[in-house]
Design a protein around this ligand. Structure first.
Ligand SMILES: [Zn+2]
Length: 84
């Protein structure tokens, strides 16, 4: 592999990262879903209570870490589908 190949790979990764960040920024902020009885914030996807630590770090979190990760990956996948 020469410098040009390497530079192309780096460029590709950076473009993908930039696109990903842009998609995340543009994704609408989803409102949280609360357990009507206990008032805890529940994950939009798995409906498990979102841990307090996660809410402390991100008070507007609408998903648990695992579901957010999957969701972000989906957004990234879509951004790549519609990028070209
Ligand atoms: Zn979840």
């Amino acid at each position: 592999m020469d410098y040009i190949d390497e530079a192309q790979i780096v460029e590709e990764c950076e473009r993908r990262d930039a696109l990903y960040r842009l998609m995340l920024k543009r994704a609408p902020q989803e409102s949280q879903y609360r357990d009507p009885e206990e008032g805890r914030v529940l994950c939009l996807d798995c409906e498990e209570p979102i841990p307090m630590g996660r809410l402390a770090a991100n008070p507007k979190a609408a998903r648990c870490i695992e579901c957010q990760y999957d969701y972000d990956r989906e957004v990234l996948y879509e951004s790549r589908l519609y990028a070209a």
